[in-house]
Design a protein around this ligand. Structure first.
Ligand code: ZN
Ligand code: ZN
Length: 162
């Protein structure tokens, strides 16, 4: 749980704001696959009887696999998260003067993540025949032993001559 105490904030006048700054280790949000610390900063606002409003900027680097070559690809992501925490009734609730920022940070990152990740825009991918990572150099495959049905694809995937 990424809780912050809001007891002092709740004792202040309505409209009072408190800065929020969090550094979250990858172990605290294990299913996001973070490559390093996640940072969240913003503010919490006392809404009086309506609870506490939180607005955050979240930035993180996600460790993913490249869609073409399957190597690790680190993906920087920035997202905004906001939520109102209530005293009673509608969730999420303020519990023991604490609010849990974990769920909104988690959701913001998931929504900001692109569907397709490449290690670099011009990643050459793997050879469709031998599986060699073509970013490391050309493979031994020749046109002769290609399945003709794969030839157009292989041509697309073959590294440019330099
Ligand atoms: Zn790649
Ligand atoms: Zn090959």
């Amino acid at each position: 749980m990424l809780g912050i105490a809001v007891g002092d904030l709740r004792a202040r006048p309505v409209g009072f704001q408190q800065a929020v700054e969090l550094r979250v280790s990858p172990e605290d949000l294990p299913d996001l696959g973070l490559a390093g610390w996640l940072e969240a900063e913003g503010q919490a606002t006392n809404l009086g009887e309506d609870g506490v409003r939180v607005e955050l900027q979240v930035s993180a680097t996600l460790r993913r696999s490249c869609a073409r070559c399957l190597q690790d690809a680190d993906l920087p992501v920035r997202a905004e998260a906001e939520e109102t925490y209530h005293e009673s009734g509608e969730e999420p609730l303020i519990t023991a003067d604490t609010i849990d920022l974990g769920p909104i940070i988690h959701e913001a990152i998931v929504l900001a993540e692109p569907m397709r990740v490449l290690c670099k825009p011009d990643c050459r991918g793997l050879c469709p025949q031998c599986g060699k990572d073509l970013n490391e150099g050309p493979c031994e495959c020749t046109d002769d032993d290609q399945d003709p049905r794969l030839a157009p694809l292989a041509k697309l995937l073959r590294p440019r001559e330099e």
